[in-house]
Design a protein around this ligand. Structure first.
Ligand SMILES: [Zn+2]
Length: 360
């Protein structure tokens, strides 16, 4: 409630006993790995023993722990105490009856977000009022109440259950941050309406599981490291395969069929993996992945050259090398040559053929 970390002191320090209540997942859609987070976090905090005989944290600190997780139970005191009203069989909690409603979440009754998840019910006295009981539906479980057959709404389950097992006043109440409002706020309201002594000493909320950019970066980096390692392995495999096949009666076709083909297949498969794993994680293409292949490419070229199978350099490469040789012979730099070519073209344009010839 103070929105700060506090030193934990149990309500019953003499017996070193800690009473904890944790709300389970409220799932609106298909289950996903994030739903397990609350269970895992509070299990780490609480669980005494698992199959591996780990000693979990609170037990490790020497506490006797009473840990309750939710299911459904019922209580009528709220309506009897005048905190609730009935409309057409449904029972609503009146938030105006609680002076500090919103203390846990920091939400104000005026600007709360009701109606965002559920359309506002015009029968409510205040739009922030929440349902305690609904008229029973034939297909849903219900309980016979003094007024009629009804089913309890979401928030009341937890209040009833924690009060039943831990009394209305206990040490730690946990759950996901998505439950702070309205669920836990409403739980405080209805628990204090049912029992003036109701009090939770500490609220503990776990955050959602998020897709962490660093995690993705790490995944991408480890994939890159794996590729670099695999390429190195492939280079030495290729080299060994070449020497082995060639030493054994110059088995050139054998080498081309096995070693070389495997190397090419490796490149294809790895590029597929790069497309699937690394590329979607990165906004900009990263040259380092492709640099990993350089060593393998050089090795393949080297072996093909030995076998006389590597085509001579491309025309572009031939022209490049001729150009380099010519510049070297004339002892000039490329920039100077280009400048002279331009000057000659300019001279020809002005019909200054003497100058143009001289430059040539
Ligand atoms: Zn709950």
């Amino acid at each position: 409630m103070t929105k700060q970390k506090e030193i934990f002191t149990p309500k019953d320090p003499e017996n070193n006993k800690v009473c904890i209540y944790v709300c389970g997942v409220t799932s609106y859609d298909d289950s996903h790995v994030g739903h397990a987070r609350t269970s895992v976090i509070f299990n780490v905090l609480v669980r005494k023993q698992c199959l591996l005989l780990f000693c979990w944290y609170l037990s490790h600190l020497g506490y006797e722990v009473i840990y309750v997780r939710n299911m459904t139970d019922i209580d009528d005191k709220i309506i009897d105490n005048g905190y609730a009203y009935e409309v057409e069989g449904d029972v609503y909690f009146s938030v105006d009856k609680i002076s500090d409603y919103g203390r846990l979440s920091g939400q104000k009754v005026e600007d709360n977000q009701l109606g965002k998840r559920v359309a506002i019910d015009p029968r409510k006295k205040n739009p922030a009022d929440f349902t305690l009981w609904k008229v029973a539906k034939p297909s849903k479980p219900s309980w016979d109440r003094p007024w009629s057959s009804r089913r309890p709404e979401w928030h009341i389950e937890c209040s009833a259950m924690s009060a039943h097992y831990l009394t209305s006043s206990f040490d730690i109440h946990g759950g996901g941050t998505d439950l702070i409002f309205p669920h836990h706020e409403n739980k405080i309201a209805q628990s204090s309406a049912a029992c003036s002594k109701a009090k939770v000493s500490y609220w503990m909320h776990n955050d959602h599981m998020t897709k962490d950019e660093n995690m993705e970066e790490e995944r991408s980096n480890s994939a890159k490291a794996q590729i670099a390692y695999d390429v190195q392995n492939r280079v030495s495999k290729l080299h060994n395969d070449f020497e082995c096949k060639m030493s054994d009666d110059l088995h050139t076709p054998e080498f081309l069929k096995s070693g070389l083909q495997n190397a090419l297949r490796f490149i294809n498969n790895t590029l597929d993996m790069v497309k699937k794993i690394i590329k979607p994680l990165q906004k900009k293409p990263q040259p380092s992945v492709f640099q990993s292949f350089d060593a393998l490419e050089s090795k393949i070229k080297e072996l093909l050259k030995i076998l006389g199978l590597l085509w001579s350099p491309s025309y572009l490469e031939i022209l490049e090398s001729l150009k380099e040789k010519a510049l070297k012979r004339a002892n000039i730099k490329l920039d100077y040559a280009l400048q002279k070519i331009e000057e000659r073209a300019e001279a020809r344009k002005h019909k200054d053929y003497l100058k143009a010839d001289e430059i040539r």
